[in-house]
Design a protein around this ligand. Sequence first.
Ligand code: SF4
Length: 580
Amino acid sequence: MPAYVLPPRGGNPSTQKQGTNPGSFALPHDLGGPRSFASPDTPGMPEPSDQTAWDFLPPGWRREGDRARAPAGFEPVTQLESARLGVVTPEMRRVAEREGHLSPEQVRAEVAAGRMVIPANKVHLGMRLDPMAIGRASRTKVNANMGASPVSSGTEEEVEKLRWASRWHADTVMDLSTGGDLDVTRRAILASASVPIGTVPIYSMIIGRRLEDLDERAILEGIEHQARQGVDYMTIHAGVLQEHLPYVERRLIGIVSRGGSLLAKWMIHHGKQNPMYTLWDEICQILRRYDVTFSIGDGLRPGGLADASDAAQLAELETLGELTERAWRHGCQVMVEGPGHVPFDQIEYNMKLQRRLCHGAPFYVLGPLVTDMFPGYDHITSAIGATAAAYHGAAMLCYVTPKEHLGLPKRDDVKQGCVAYRIAAHAADVALGIPGARDRDDELTRARAALNWEKHFELSFDPDLARAFHDEDLDVDTDFCAMCGHDWCSVRISKEIVQFVSGKDTRYARGAARVSAALTEEQRAILEQRGVLAPEEIHRLASKTRHRMGAEPGHKASCHSDETDAERAKRLQAEEHPTA
Ligand code: SF4
């Protein structure tokens, strides 16, 4: 073999350590340090911070080794407080069980350092919540967004989407409803969810109220109400400050975060600082009472490649670091939200700057999309960015569906988004050398080498799709498939070469090809949906709104608020969605 010098090596992501691969090219594991599972730093990247949550203890606390001493009579409420006091909670034990490669003590230590969060509201724990963790030492997590909008969906559909997202392995779900009965939808989602539920409380604060009328009392009451309902983590856009707004003026697309744009408008109207920022200490006290985890929002995230890593985004990120420190001093768990739309080459810098400014608090990123010109395919453009983000430092990836920028995701969009992001998260975990991350890939490779189709499908992430696609061409399990055919099937030929191990795993090897079971109803439906809608039918479905608005054939109706009579718009919305 040629004597190549291999890059630094993390662990082998296969627990069986089989295969010819030398293991991951990430850095060696540094559990308990700032580089638990980390990519090597490209020259010029920001170093990790030399501080952690241990440097931001509440007043009166004292650190003693890997434990802290609290003032007499103190009772821990949050996972962070328990971890600081050396207590391993049942939730930490459950996280260790689910992760597999971490001990309960390691989970405690990561939570105490602020590098891991367990979003588990005390109220939701009393329902069906199964605790999980978000942090660099654990596997990369995926969030699915859902929620009714004023023009589409309702409570039942949202609960169904929650079940569907869980079916496709979303680790957390955010209810971003802005329409329908928000309270009823949130309650229904919390009651059904075994995954943590996140919200953006400002959305419900402006239902039935003009944004300009939003005041301190409404903000604190709104947050406390949702905390009492059991919400596990909340996005609070406290980092958008008055002094950041001039940086936005030259952007191509201004502010694309809903919360960020609402608060910017409020600040300009009142000539005052962001109320989420000025109320930060009071908000921390509320979130601590229920152990709601902060997801500190990035209200100035870039909405296009041209606005990425600009002054507005990075100035806000500095403030997010300050807010992280203050929340840790209150005993709150913290993760930080990130962009958005970022060119591929800038992703590592963005991840490592956050690691430095926010002292290792888990980074929860949306995508990022690495190109802007593929609407309808943004689950792909963003999954590419998400894979790079997870490799370079993100702990949780917020999915993007094919409907991004175009409309409210439907059931199948939720599936497509979840699948794209599970691929991104899994690819990063394998690359980072997380122990056991590659085990199922290796098993599938063995089954594939043996041309054992049943096992091949069983180990697939989406067995129904794999089986249906296979049987679309050949509904018999032969020792080849329809792609290359018998004579050119390299896997079959390799299997026949006696010197090779490939295809001869005794668990999967078969004497002869077998007839497969008939397709199930679900698998048949997958095939039936392939290419059956005629272009005219697609156009008819897409034109429903145009007909409703009474637009002439060949023209679209305009609904831009600066062109349309507001009363007419309201009337139309009320007719379409009386509950909105
Ligand atoms: S026919 Fe081609 S694609 Fe199919 S199993 Fe053989 S090598 Fe793989």
